[in-house]
Design a protein around this ligand. Structure first.
Ligand code: FEO
Length: 167
């Protein structure tokens, strides 16, 4: 096998992390839709699709190395969303955890001189910088614009624009 068992296990875990992220964003998209945040719903739905693409990227990497990938069971997201701001805060926390998980695989790959995995994960490092910055910027909007109904409506419109940008 072209990668170690250790790296394989970490990559399989990462497939699960990306799948769970996709599922979480799908839930948030649905919650936004039924609560009147159409722009945010589109934004999170696109994000769900992006996370699925991340998962597929890892599966493709393993398949390119002629290694079977384990398709994980996905977790049911918590059904206790209370606000759009909370959804964005949880998203940022989740993205930070994803970044840590990617760092862990890179650290392991570097220790093992696994240059191909190290190189493969570079794309994810850039992606995580963008994702954390994205949710930090969205959360800043709540401080700048406000949290009353009109302000949230404005933020929903901003998320609508962002959803066109990323699609
Ligand atoms: Fe694929 Fe947003 O982490």
């Amino acid at each position: 096998m072209k990668i170690s068992k250790n790296i394989l296990q970490l990559l399989h875990e990462q497939i699960g992390i990306e799948a769970n992220a996709s599922n979480y964003y799908l839930y948030v998209s649905s919650w936004c839709k039924v609560n009147g945040y159409d722009g945010a719903s589109s934004f999170f739905q696109n994000h769900s699709t992006e996370e699925r693409a991340h998962m597929l990227k890892i599966i493709q990497y393993l398949n390119d190395l002629k290694i079977d990938s384990v398709i994980p069971q996905i977790q049911k997201p918590s059904q206790k969303m209370k606000s759009l701001e909370q959804a964005c805060k949880i998203s940022l926390d989740n993205e930070r955890k994803v970044s840590q998980a990617i760092d862990k695989i890179i650290n392991t790959a570097q220790k093992e001189n696994d240059h191909r995995t190290n190189f493969f994960l570079e794309w994810f490092v850039h992606e995580q910088i963008e994702e954390e910055d994205l949710f930090e910027s969205i959360l800043q909007k709540f401080d700048v614009i406000g949290r009353d109904k009109l302000a949230i409506h404005e933020i929903d419109k901003i998320l609508e624009k962002l959803s066109h940008k990323s699609s």
